[in-house]
Design a protein. Structure first.
Length: 147
C-alpha cells in the first residue's frame, strides 16, 4: 500500500465513523495537526502509534505498515526558496499545510484564514536544549460565500 492509498483508507474510515481529527489524535495520543499530517502522508508514526491508529479506525495491517514508512515530503512542488530560514517556512507549509487546512476547516467550516486581517508575532523562548522560535499567526476566519 502506498501513501496515497493509505490516506484514502484513513479518510474513508474517518468519514464512516464520523470522527474528527482531534478524536483520532486523542486515541493515538498525539496532536491533531501532527496526526492529520501523518494521515495525509507527510509524516510517519512509530509502529506502536501506527497500531493504535489502525486499531481505532479498524483498518488493515497494510495501513499500519504504510503509516510507519518514511514519507517523501513536498514532492509535488519545484518552487523552493534558497534562503535556509525562508525555506523552513516552505517546509512547514508543505509538511503541515494539508493538516492545518483539514483541522482549521473542521473547526471553522469551509473557508480560509485571512492574510489581510492578520498578525504575526515572533518570540524567543529560552531553553537549555537550545533556544526556541515561537511564531504565532493570528488571522480572521473568512468563510466561503455561498450563492
Amino acid at each position: 500500500m502506498n501513501k496515497i492509498e493509505m490516506t484514502e483508507a484513513i479518510i474513508a474510515a474517518k468519514q464512516k465513523k464520523s470522527l474528527s481529527w482531534g478524536e483520532i489524535a486523542t486515541a493515538v495520543g498525539l496532536s491533531d495537526v501532527f496526526i492529520t499530517s501523518v494521515a495525509l502522508g507527510q509524516n510517519s508514526l512509530s509502529p506502536e502509534d501506527a497500531q493504535k491508529l489502525t486499531q481505532f479506525l479498524e483498518l488493515d495491517s497494510c495501513v499500519t505498515q504504510a503509516l510507519v514508512e518514511y514519507p517523501t515530503k513536498a514532492e509535488n512542488t519545484d518552487l523552493v526558496a534558497k534562503d535556509p530560514l525562508i525555506y523552513r517556512f516552505y517546509e512547514i507549509a508543505y509538511v503541515y499545510g494539508g493538516a492545518l487546512k483539514e483541522v482549521i476547516q473542521e473547526k471553522f467550516g469551509d473557508g480560509i484564514m485571512s492574510a489581510i486581517d492578520f498578525t504575526m508575532d515572533v518570540e524567543k523562548e529560552e531553553d537549555p536544549k537550545g533556544d526556541r522560535v515561537v511564531v504565532t499567526m493570528n488571522g480572521k476566519f473568512l468563510p466561503y460565500k455561498k450563492w
